[in-house]
Design a protein around this ligand. Structure first.
Ligand code: ADP
Length: 217
C-alpha cells in the first residue's frame, strides 16, 4: 500500500483518487472548493480544504510523507505552477502533474515534475487507436516503436491456426500469452488451432503488428 496526495479534486483528480482508493492505497485529497472536497470526503483517507498557492496551508498537510503527489489542477496555470514549487520546497519526493498546454508542459518539465499528463490528448490517442484497430483491447508502448498489445481473436478465425495470423516479420514479434476462457498458456505453440474466442497478448514492432492486422479480420 502506498500513500498518494491528489491536489485538485475536479473530474480528473476525483476519478484518479477513487481508483487509487479502490486499488487499496491511501489518498490525501485537497481542493480549495468546499463542495469538491465534501463530495469525496467520506472515501478519502484524509480530505482538506486549502488554497495550495499558500505555502503555509500546504505545509500543514504533511504531503512530504506521500510517495507521489499528483497536481490535478489544469485550467489555473498559476495555481498549478505555484503548487508544484511549494511541494518541491516542502520536500515532496515525487510530483506528477496534469498539463493543459505545451507551455504548461514545458514549465512543469523544467520544475522537475516526474510525469506530466495530458488526459484529453492521451485519451484521444487511445480512442483513435481503438477505432483504427477494433480488435485491440489494450496496448502499451514499450518505446522504440515496439508495443505490447492484447487482441481478441475474431470468431471468423475459428479453425485457423495461430501460424495463419502471424506477421511476416517474425524477427520483430513475440507471442506471449494465449487466453481461452479462464485458461492462460504462456508462449503457446503456433500450431494451436483457434476457436475464435481467444485473447492473445503479443509484443512487436509497429510494422510487424500492422502487417498482422489484415489477417485478424
Ligand atoms: P478537471 O477538468 O479535472 O475538472 P480543473 O482544472 O477544472 O480540472 O479542476 C481543478 C480542481 O482544482 C478544481 O476542483 C479546483 O477547485 C481546484 N483548484 C484550482 N485552484 C486551486 C487552488 N489554488 N487550491 C486548491 N485547489 C484548486
Amino acid at each position: 500500500m502506498a500513500q498518494f496526495g491528489v491536489i485538485g479534486l475536479g473530474r480528473f483528480g476525483a476519478r484518479t483518487s477513487l481508483e487509487l482508493l479502490d486499488l487499496g492505497h491511501e489518498v490525501i485529497g485537497v481542493d480549495s472548493d468546499e463542495k469538491s472536497v465534501d463530495a469525496l470526503a467520506e472515501y478519502l483517507t484524509h480530505a482538506a480544504i486549502a488554497d495550495v498557492t499558500d505555502e503555509k496551508a500546504l505545509k500543514e498537510l504533511s504531503l512530504e510523507e506521500c510517495d507521489v503527489v499528483l497536481v490535478a489542477i489544469g485550467e489555473d496555470l498559476q495555481a498549478s505552477l505555484l503548487c508544484v514549487l511549494h511541494l518541491k520546497s516542502i520536500g515532496v519526493k515525487e510530483i506528477w502533474a496534469k498539463a493543459t498546454s505545451k507551455e504548461h508542459h514545458q514549465i512543469l518539465s523544467k520544475l522537475g515534475v516526474k510525469r506530466i499528463i495530458h488526459p484529453e490528448e492521451e485519451m484521444g490517442i487511445r480512442v483513435a487507436q481503438a477505432l483504427n484497430y477494433p480488435m485491440v483491447n489494450e496496448y502499451m508502448s514499450l518505446g522504440h516503436n515496439w508495443y505490447c498489445v492484447e487482441i481478441d481473436v475474431n470468431e471468423d478465425l475459428n479453425g485457423k491456426s495461430i501460424e495463419d495470423i502471424l506477421p511476416d516479420d517474425l524477427e520483430h514479434f513475440h507471442l506471449l500469452l494465449l487466453k481461452r476462457r479462464d485458461e492462460v498458456t504462456a508462449n503457446p505453440s503456433t500450431s494451436v488451432k483457434l476457436e475464435g474466442n481467444e485473447t492473445l497478448v503479443i509484443a512487436g514492432s509497429l510494422k510487424a503488428l500492422k502487417s498482422m492486422a489484415p489477417k485478424l479480420q
